[in-house]
Structures are given as C-alpha cells and as structure tokens.
Design a protein. Structure first.
Length: 146
C-alpha cells in the first residue's frame, strides 16, 4: 500500500481542491474524470486501483451537496445568456416582420403614386390594407400581442 501512498495523497488533495472550487489542473467539475485530471493520474487508476477513493469522492460530493462556486456561477451565466439569446431572437423575428410589412407599404405607395394623374384636382386614391404575410415554414408563428 505504501507504493501508492503519494498517488492516494494526490487524489485526496485533488478532491479537496475540487470541492472547495479551486481547481488547478482540471475544469473544476465534480466528476471522476476531473478528479483524475486534477490529481494528475489516469482515470483508470481511480476506477480500478483506488475504487475506495472513487467512492469517497462520491460520498463527499453528496455531503457537499452542490457544484463548486465557479461552476455554479458559470451555469448561471449560461442560463442568463440563453434567456438573452431567446429574447433577441424573438426581437429579430418581430423586426423582420415589421420590415416586410413596411416594404409592402412602400411598394403599394410607389405603385399608387405612379398611377396618379398629373391633375392635382383629381382626388388621391387611398391605400388599401396590405394582407398579413404568410409565415415561413422554418419559423414558428410570432405572437402579435407580444
């Protein structure tokens, strides 16, 4: 057992660093892969030679109860960016819809003005409503109340 003493000590120190959210060599996730990377050993050493340390790590994770602070902060940031991405995509869809409607209005106005007589006493024609655009198949329908 003494021949594996330094290896076991390195694994236990790596456990502590990961659980405290202070990884040195790994991504900081609470996984066996990250533990092996953090300890500087191959993963099979944990899964075959030091199965007791693998079980101890899982027990310590269960007792710790959560991701390390840096990992938790990154997950929160990803969630916030995903929500912002969703909001911006919806805004882009609405803007494209408005642009399409305005393009149609401009085209109708240009057509109407080209058909107007040169006589200023003739009443101008009023624009008729432009029908709503047909929603492309690759985009979900936008909420008009939205």
């Amino acid at each position: 057992m003494t021949e594996h003493g330094p290896e076991r000590r390195a694994i236990r120190e790596a456990m502590t660093r990961l659980l405290e959210g202070q990884p040195v060599r790994s991504d900081g996730k609470l996984t066996i892969k990250s533990l092996a990377e953090e300890a500087g050993v191959k993963r099979w050493i944990l899964t075959h030679r030091h199965q007791d340390l693998q079980a101890e790590f899982r027990d310590r994770i269960a007792a710790h109860g959560t991701d390390p602070e840096p990992v938790r902060a990154l997950k929160e940031r990803v969630e916030a960016l995903t929500a912002e991405n969703r909001r911006l995509r919806e805004q882009l869809r609405e803007t494209r819809s408005t642009i399409t409607m305005l393009e149609r209005h401009i085209a109708v106005e240009a057509l109407e003005s080209s058909r107007m007589p040169d006589d200023p006493t003739t009443p101008a024609r009023t624009l008729r409503p432009v029908p709503e655009p047909v929603q492309p198949a690759d985009e979900p329908p936008s909420d008009p109340k939205g």
